[in-house]
Design a protein around this ligand. Structure first.
Ligand code: SF4
Length: 182
């Protein structure tokens, strides 16, 4: 995995108060290939999962190499509004799956969702080990961190290196173990 360590900060404290310039995501570089309503990715949530292309993480054993390509449709605020509105109130969360090439755009999208759909939770699946400085945790309810390493498995494997955090008041609580309960 390649990481720009200058753009990342440590998760040692689990507390964040970063504020960066926020842009409404009207002219995005993010693109998405498809979306789906999912029940497993965020425990307790019915999530609209939006798969973002152009992934830079290059995880060994990547399960979705088609997402490395710069494919799909622009993930504008209008596009995400359309996807959410089509769910007709049947979701509790929007999960952006990927987007590590442009975390500032993911952040802007989440900020938009916060404002337009304040009753929906927001989640981001990042393939990075550390959280980008370009995001403001106040825009997120959940963050998944960690590359996919085939020999350790995904979040449903107790050996996994990946972590899912619930975000509350700027603090990140590791809730990965929720995936392992029968
Ligand atoms: S983050 Fe996901 S899509 Fe990107 S390389 Fe890793 S497994 Fe593949």
């Amino acid at each position: 995995m390649t990481c720009d360590t200058n753009a990342l900060v440590s998760l040692v404290t689990g507390h964040w108060s970063l504020v960066t310039d926020k842009r409404v995501n009207q002219y995005p570089v993010l693109k998405y290939t498809n979306s789906d309503i999912v029940f497993q990715e965020i425990p307790g949530e019915v999530a609209l999962a939006v798969n973002v292309s152009g992934c830079p993480c290059r995880c060994p054993g990547c399960h979705s190499p088609y997402l490395w390509r710069d494919d799909g449709q622009p993930l504008t605020t209008d596009a995400v509004d359309s996807l959410v509105d089509r769910c007709d109130g049947n979701i509790t969360c929007v999960a952006v799956m990927g987007g590590d090439a442009h975390p500032d755009e993911v952040d802007g999208l989440m900020q938009h969702l916060r404002q337009r759909y304040p009753w929906l939770r927001t989640a981001w699946y990042s393939g990075r080990s550390l959280l980008s400085k370009a995001v403001d945790l106040r825009n997120f309810d959940y963050v998944k961190l960690g590359p996919y390493l085939a020999h350790l498995g995904n979040l449903r494997n107790p050996k996994t290196n990946q972590r899912l955090y619930r975000v509350s008041d700027g603090a990140m609580q590791d809730i990965t173990s929720l995936f392992w309960r029968k």
